[in-house]
Design a protein around this ligand. Sequence first.
Ligand code: DI6
Ligand code: FE
Length: 434
Amino acid sequence: LAFDLLLLNASLLPMSATPGCATAMRDGALAIANGRIEWVGRTDALTDEQIGSARQVADLRGRCVTPGLIDCHTHLVYAGNRANEFAMRLAGASYLEIAQAGGGIRSTVRATRAASEAELRDSVAPRLENLLAEGVTTIEIKSGYGLDRDTEMRMLRVARSLGGSIPVDVVTSFLGAHTVPEEYAGNPDRYIDFVCRDALPAVAAAGLADAVDGWVDPGGFTAEQIRRLFTVARSHGLRVKLHTGQFGTVGGPPLAAEFEALSCDHLEHLSEDDCVAMAKAGTVAVLLPGAFYYLRETKKPPVDLLRKHRVPIAVSTDSNPGSSPIQSLLLTMNMACVLFGLTPDEALAGATSIAARALGLQDRKGKLASGFDADIAVWDCQQGVELIYALGTRPCLAVIKAGRVVRDRAGLFTSDDAAAPRGSAAAANHNRAS
Ligand code: DI6
Ligand code: FE
């Protein structure tokens, strides 16, 4: 069996045991064939013949290799920005006050409704590029800035189309129940009727959503309103997830657990009973330290309780124009450690294997293991903790997506080797290394 691509002498962070990923496997090797990881082991376990017959070989000389990062909660498709609200909050206004005065999510809804599909696509591409430059290979993108049927569908079409033109897997969530739009002001139940009877069925029929999301919180919807939404989601065979516990406790996690939600997201306000229910349902806790940071919150998610009850913890940017205008998953992982007290191990797992689980992709993504998708990042460091320790260092050297080298900033895969006759690739690479 010939490999398409062989990585040699890497410090591998396979993420296959949780926790325990900070210690890299030294002198690791990884073989790729047909877009999948074929084999993971030690370089000295490979025969010369195996190395010689690989189509392409790269000697990574001790550099870290992780699964491609996964950003499992973003609102990346939107028009306009809310820099003015950032300034207002710095001057003392609160996020909920701004929202109640017609700003907040509704302000982005106005801009997004006015934007064409092409305009939305053009504005999201550079945001996505910023995430991908840091080794992200899978991203979840939500709707939720349309809040009418056509704009919600336009957002989801834009999100879906990105995966076709950019080397990234995009998973979509329908977030029609993000907030009550202006035209339904004061009538949240009537708006939920619309979402359940009109928007969600249309989205489901068009195959535009992989999951259904909502917001249960003070300032958002009630658990009873979202129960109606989740019931309709289930009737369409769609998994659910929930924004909840950002500003208070109003019954989000138990509802999510009842519907075996993929994840509950935010969770600064979370009780021990909530943790028990989530653990039992297999629901992932997605922590969003960017929103905590930007809104200058002080109440942190109860990480000790999540650990105690073995609720899997993921970390995500929540990238959005209001509460978390962040296009860096590495920065977010650093925040999860510095602000919330996650260990570097937990933050790495939270942006790989556990993030995959939050998207229902745990059998294919987020680990370096045989049979998994060959989505891989190569880093300019020797240990995983270095990815989290420093800020602003651009440590991602190369990205492999579905077995193909799609980014190679340091020429690790450049290819006098690829052009060389089979059998001499390893030798050529070793020569250059010396
Ligand atoms: N929580 C969030 O963090 C985003 N939505 C939500 O319910 C923020 C969305 C925004 O402010 O535009
Ligand atoms: Fe969010």
